[in-house]
Design a protein around this ligand. Sequence first.
Ligand SMILES: NC(=O)c1ccc[n+]([C@@H]2O[C@H](COP(=O)([O-])OP(=O)(O)OC[C@H]3O[C@@H](n4cnc5c(N)ncnc54)[C@H](OP(=O)(O)O)[C@@H]3O)[C@@H](O)[C@H]2O)c1
Length: 418
Amino acid sequence: MMILHWSAIAAWAIAAIISVEVIRDLYHALAHVWPPLTRLHNWHHRVFRPDLTPNSALIYRQAQWYNDVPESCVMIAFSLALWGLAWCLTPEVAWGCGAGVLYSLVFLLSAMARGMGWAWAHDLTDVTHLPGPFQTPPSRWWVNRPYHWRHHFENQNAYFCSTLTVVDQLMGTALSLKGKTIAVTGASGTLGQALLGQLQANGAKVIALTSGHQPIELNGHEIPSQRWQVGEEAALAETFANVDILVINHGINVHGDRSPDAIEQSYQVNAFSAWRLMEVFLSTVDGDRDRVRKELWVNTSEAEVNPAFSPLYELSKRTLGDLVTLRRLDSPCIIRKLILGPFKSNLNPVGVMDSDRVAAKIVKRAQGDVRNIIVTINPITWVLHPLKELTVSLYFRWLTRPYPVSEICANQDISSKL
Ligand SMILES: NC(=O)c1ccc[n+]([C@@H]2O[C@H](COP(=O)([O-])OP(=O)(O)OC[C@H]3O[C@@H](n4cnc5c(N)ncnc54)[C@H](OP(=O)(O)O)[C@@H]3O)[C@@H](O)[C@H]2O)c1
């Protein structure tokens, strides 16, 4: 009975803290669309230079009084209202909600301390605005400096969250594609075309990477494209230097063929060329801006965990899936996997899903910052893939040595290593 009582108090406390964080993020999003709040919030956007040093000590202090203090007051007001509601519902355990009030009070006091110009308050409490090089890519669940930097310097209409990233994930503002240069391999294929269309519709500048000779068109217009071939991945290094997101999407299915040529082709096209493209792309991640902005999306297929009724397709796609899992451990930028079920295409004429809908879902989930994007009608994949990804990733982490990010990026001559 006692355990139940304390669990209920703890549940209210956690709910109160999470909900004030949600209110804070919604208030922030509102401040970008409602002019009375925008006027106050603009002070916050005037404060920082791209290296996150403040423009002026005076503007920094004023931004605290005009933006952070009102924001904290809204948090306090909401947490008091929630406490009142809890009091009506479960009076014996409602005081757990006091945690939300206390939490919001800490924000108010630290905003006031920063407004007074006390440097220690900035260093101790304004952690997403501290200068210094970024050590990691934007994180998935907690807002780190690289995550928040994008709100100031990439797209102010995205990346609204302050501590937890959940509100951005739900609003689809955890990744902005607007203005980003996105290159897609397998561009003339069914999914390649659908992805290019969806990405362009979401504001991206698209580049088609194709092994064919035909110009690539979208909506009747030719789009920028570049020819490449398996084995000549290093020739794309110059292009990749100006690409924000590379989508590795090309692939083949040799079906029932088990000849040495089929083995060679399956591994070269589906696994090794994709791995080489990954390495060339990662070698172009140079500096903080790239670490924050660049991403790799790799189409591995649900054949990673399920039969695709084509052994060489499964073998090569599993190899690719494992290589991505291994490479993610030291990646200087975000790497997403696309784990797709059967859709109708040149490669799979009997696929049941529609490629345009698959592409739309991929883009939507990426905007919610999903790192393993599963689009399938097969429920087993939803269970098996996360389990496989976790266990294989832990296994690789325990049995291999870290490879320093500095070795990967910054002007490596990658062609000599592939
Ligand atoms: N369809 C499915 O059910 C399904 C399910 C899960 C995953 N996938 C994966 O989704 C991706 C796209 O497949 P899709 O279904 O859209 O098939 P698709 O229409 O056949 O497109 C595949 C594209 O890959 C490129 N490609 C083929 N052979 C190549 C080679 N030797 N070297 C370089 N590029 C080559 C070609 O594009 P270019 O000529 O423009 O280079 C081709 O159009 C593949 O990776 C596939 O494995 C498909």
